[in-house]
Design a protein around this ligand. Structure first.
Ligand SMILES: Nc1ncnc2c1ncn2[C@@H]1O[C@H](COP(=O)(O)OP(=O)(O)OP(=O)(O)O)[C@@H](O)[C@H]1O
Ligand SMILES: [Mg+2]
Length: 309
């Protein structure tokens, strides 16, 4: 199987609203594939179609070789899915939740004990197995939810904003687990609004208003999406100078990053002009993923920036 997921013009509408617009994806087995984009971009809708729980309006595709339109039961059996509003049973214990999901996914009885033990260890919940889920804090709940989603050892797991609302340390732990899973061959599709997490992905697909705007490695996105010369300025009154700088004819974009301004020039030769205007020497910088994100989110449809499989 060349691709764990492949789609061709996958589309979903709600009434006249197009939530996912002719999406073409190719995800290789074992990849950590990040799905990034603004709120309402269509990420969750796309994932729900890939999980076989939302019917596409048009287009085709396959997950683990099974057809997205005709074989959704096969798909549902074989994947793991942690939805944006994942549901654990608060009044069940850690082990009871795992047992419940193991039953749902038909984990063989003789393997049950071992699998539950494995997931408890993965979630860092050893010795808290019999605690009620309601008593777990956010980060542990999230890892337990992941355990429930992968207790069947799926070849692919879809994680929809799995780390929203948890601390940076928990987020990092969570991504370590994801990296380990991927290294062991599991394909991981994950959505996130955190750029540090996007950096961990092998590939990032950027989606905006239902359209795929770019797909590539984090490094290649940083190198190739931004059209122009990006510089950083350290100006004491950055916020007050923002409008003036943005209205310069050769400035394409100007954004605030803490105490710094990122200014996108048309080309390198305009650095001197910017220096004369601001009195500060602009330092050339490599765009961050956040710069890429902002640039892509501003772009309008029909102009995919940097697509590669
Ligand atoms: N069942 C539905 N009925 C009508 N509109 C819907 C439905 N589900 C989603 N939408 C709309 O489709 C668009 C895409 O929603 P979706 O949840 O896929 O976005 P998202 O990229 O996951 O956003 P977020 O980052 O906020 O989770 C939104 O405008 C949403 O309101
Ligand atoms: Mg969503």
């Amino acid at each position: 199987m060349e691709y764990a997921v492949t789609t061709s013009d996958l589309t979903r509408t709600f009434g006249s609203f197009v939530a996912v617009d002719r999406l073409n994806l190719n995800i290789k087995p074992g990849e950590i594939y990040g799905f990034i984009g603004p709120n309402g971009a269509g990420k969750s809708t796309a994932i729900r179609m890939l999980c076989g729980i939302l019917e596409p309006t048009s287009g085709t595709g396959s997950v683990l070789g099974y057809d997205l339109n005709r074989e959704t039961e096969e798909i549902k059996k074989r994947i793991g899915y942690m939805s944006q509003k994942f549901s654990l049973y608060d009044d069940l214990t850690v082990v009871e939740n795992l047992n419940f999901y193991a039953g749902l996914y038909s984990v063989p009885r003789r393997e049950l004990k071992e699998r539950v033990r494995e997931m408890v260890a993965m979630a860092g919940l050893t010795e808290r197995e019999n605690e009620l889920t309601v008593n777990l804090s956010g980060g542990w709940k999230q890892r337990l939810a992941l355990g429930c989603a992968i207790i069947s050892r799926p070849a692919i797991v879809f994680l929809d904003e799995p780390t929203s609302g948890v601390s940076p340390i928990s987020r990092r732990m969570f991504f370590k687990i994801i990296q380990r899973m991927a290294a062991a061959g599991t394909t991981v599709m994950v959505t996130t609004h955190f750029m540090d997490e996007a950096e961990y992905c092998d590939k990032i697909a950027f989606i905006s208003a239902g359209r795929l705007m770019a797909v590539n490695t984090p490094d290649n996105l940083k190198k190739n999406v931004i059209d122009g010369h990006l510089v950083e300025l350290e100006l004491p009154d950055a916020m007050n100078r923002l409008d003036d700088i943005e209205s310069l004819p050769y400035v394409k974009e100007c954004t605030v990053h803490g105490p710094l301004l990122h200014v996108l020039l048309e080309n390198e030769s305009q650095r001197l002009a910017l220096m004369a205007f601001t009195g500060v020497e602009p330092q050339p910088i490599t765009p961050s993923l956040e710069d890429v994100f902002i640039a892509l989110a501003k772009r309008k449809g029909d102009n995919p920036a940097f697509l590669s499989s």
